[in-house]
Design a protein around this ligand. Structure first.
Ligand SMILES: Cc1ncc(COP(=O)(O)O)c(C=O)c1O
Length: 442
């Protein structure tokens, strides 16, 4: 409570908040103090329906006892163990369990501490792979406009969100970008994947013509872009990208940090779309958000190509202090058990129609210019206010929070991704609250 009183704000000063308007926030803080199931509790004691699974990560809902127990047990058994030239059983067990459900059969698993680390790891593996197979001139990385791949220098270099890039200098050299696929004029209110835009995958072919295939190591895309505002791949786009990448010896990386672990109604986007990349990055739902952890899935071809040189030699000079952290592995194993026993890896597919119908009911709400859904992801795009882009989105976000709903906004797009345990009633509450907020906007 005291976080909100004007006289007692000094204690908010030390914490430099990430991706936050710090000064604005500290004038009127929004704080969460507890979480259970589909709900947070705010510091003023209100129940807040979680429309975003935290930050797209708490797929099985909050406060899962099984995860808490596994974490507490592991902390007491062995809090930490190094993973460089040393091992511990949970990391091997977790990797093996992940290999059983690996997207597209990519069953070699490298652990990281976050989505950003997963992205940088995948980019580095791609470069190392090309070199290992005698293609050392392939050093270029290709990303996509509006892509979000975390905040490491690799991730922001291949990423395509201007605010995340422009203050940080020249970034990685040799990076180029595909155009993004967002096209409201042709695809607004598509209930299925957007019908137009598969030809945008040919941008990769154009970059090959421009730079030479022999200079390009990998292309990375989010199969469904989340943080940039829920952009679905046009029909046939990913297939076309795969074909072009294969034709030119370019590795294809899917960033599944958001789409992994059931978000789209299949375990991974790779499974849903039936397009198999060479590397898949994950994090978030890997541990149900309970502890920070990421994982990169690699094909055997990529992995095995790097298992070269004399046996005493380290094959990949890469890793993190917290790679395969035992407590995170314990959280991850417990998470996989929950996903399996509650069918959460596919549950979104059974409720997706209800979700879509509910969100599409906002089609005629004020300012709405597009609605997009897939699995349990939703994007509601509203027209920007003249001269003040993002202001409507932000006001809608604040309004929803005041009325007991957590949504995420990026510019003027409301992005939704509730825990995969959400029910029809809660979906109704989400849509009603957003509809009311939109009607209050000028
Ligand atoms: C597609 C994608 N990649 C990478 C990341 C970065 O993950 P983290 O914030 O765990 O570093 C995110 C985070 O939202 C993401 O959506």
């Amino acid at each position: 409570m005291d976080g909100q009183s004007g006289s007692n704000r000094a204690h908010l000063d030390a914490y430099w908040m990430p991706f936050t308007a710090n000064r604005q926030f500290k004038q009127a803080p929004r704080q969460l103090v507890a979480a259970q199931g589909m709900y947070y509790t705010s510091d003023d004691g209100r129940r807040i329906l979680d429309g975003t699974s935290g930050l797209w990560c708490v797929n099985a809902g909050h406060g899962r006892e099984e995860i808490a127990d596994a974490v507490a047990h592991q902390l007491r058994t062995m809090d930490y163990a190094p993973s460089f030239q040393m091992g511990h059983p949970l990391a091997f067990q977790f990797a093996e369990r992940l290999a059983e459900i690996a997207p597209g059969g990519l069953d070699r698993v490298f652990f990281t501490g976050s989505g950003s680390e997963s992205v940088d790891t995948a980019l580095k593996i791609a470069l190392a792979y090309q070199r290992a197979i005698g293609q050392g001139t392939r050093t270029r990385l290709i990303g996509r406009e509006r892509g979000y791949h975390g905040v490491g220098f690799g991730g922001i270099s291949v990423g395509g969100l201007i605010n995340n890039r422009r203050t940080f200098g020249p970034l990685l050299t040799g990076v180029d970008h595909l155009r993004h696929t967002h096209d409201i004029a042709r695809n607004a209110f598509s209930r299925d994947l957007p019908g137009y835009g598969a030809e945008l995958a040919d941008d990769l072919e154009r970059l090959v013509q421009l730079h030479g295939a022999e200079t390009i190591a990998a292309v990375i895309v989010e199969p469904v872009a989340g943080s940039t505002g829920v952009l679905l791949p046009p029909k046939g786009y990913l297939e076309r990208l795969r074909a072009i990448a294969t034709r030119h010896g370019i590795l294809l990386i899917f960033d599944e940090v958001i789409t992994g672990f059931g978000r789209l109604g299949a375990p991974f986007a790779t499974d849903l779309f039936g397009v198999v990349p060479d590397l898949v990055t994950t994090a978030k739902g890997l541990t149900n958000g309970a502890l920070p952890m990421g994982a990169v899935f690699a094909s055997r071809a990529v992995h095995d190509a790097l298992m070269i040189g004399p046996e005493p030699a380290i094959e990949l000079f890469h890793g993190y202090t917290y790679s395969g952290h035992p407590v995170a592995c314990a959280a991850g194993l417990a998470t996989l058990d929950i996903y399996a026993s509650e069918g959460l890896m596919t549950r979104a597919s059974t409720i997706a129609q209800c979700w879509q119908d509910a969100l599409f009911s906002l089609r005629s709400a004020p300012h709405v210019i597009d609605v997009r859904t897939i699995g349990l992801v939703g994007g509601i795009e509203i027209a920007p206010r003249e001269g003040a882009p993002g202001s409507r989105g932000y006001e809608a976000f604040v309004d929803c929070f005041a009325r007991g709903l957590l949504v995420r906004v990026t510019g003027d797009i409301i992005a939704l991704s509730p825990p995969l345990i959400v029910d029809e009633k809660e979906i109704g509450m989400i849509v009603e609250t957003i509809g009311d907020a939109l009607r209050r906007l000028d």
